[in-house]
Write a protein that binds this ligand. Sequence first.
Ligand SMILES: [Zn+2]
Length: 163
Amino acid sequence: MLATLIVTSAIPAQSKTLPEYKPGLIKEVPVQCSREAPDLDTEIAHASATMMAEVTTYRYLGTFDVYAYCPCFACCSKHPGDPGYKHTKTGTIAEQGKTVAVDPKVIPLGSVIYINGDEYVAEDTGSGIKGKKIDMYFEHHQDAVNWGVKTLEVFIREVDNGN
Ligand SMILES: [Zn+2]
C-alpha cells in the first residue's frame, strides 16, 4: 500500500472551536495526529508505512442541568484533613476547570466532556447527580454559589484512531 502521510498541525486549545452541530449527528473535529511525523529522508519516504490521523469526535448528549460544588463540608461532607477530602470518585484530586461529577450511567467515568467551550473530565459522582445532571467543581464555595445552575449543551469526546 502506498503510504499516505497525514500531518495535522497541532491546534492550540484556545483556538479550538466546535463546529455547528445538529443534535444526534456526529461531527468529526480533526485535532492533531498523536504520532510524530517521520523524518522525511529518502529511506522513510520510500518505506511502506501507514499513518493514521487520529480524529476527535464529539457526540452531542443533549442539554443537562449543570450544578456546581466545592470541597467544603456543605458540599462534600468532608473537612480538610478528612480521608478522601478533595478526592474524586476515581481517586484523582479534584481540580477546578477539569473536574465534573456525573451520573456514571449517563456519562462513563473518565470521559472527556465538552461544555460551554471547554473540556472537562468526568471523574467524580454525587448523590444528587442522577440522569442528565452534572456537577461542576470549583475550589471556592462562593464560586459554586455564583455558578448556580445552568442548562447547557453537553458533548462527549470520542477518539477514533481510524480502525
Ligand atoms: Zn462548597
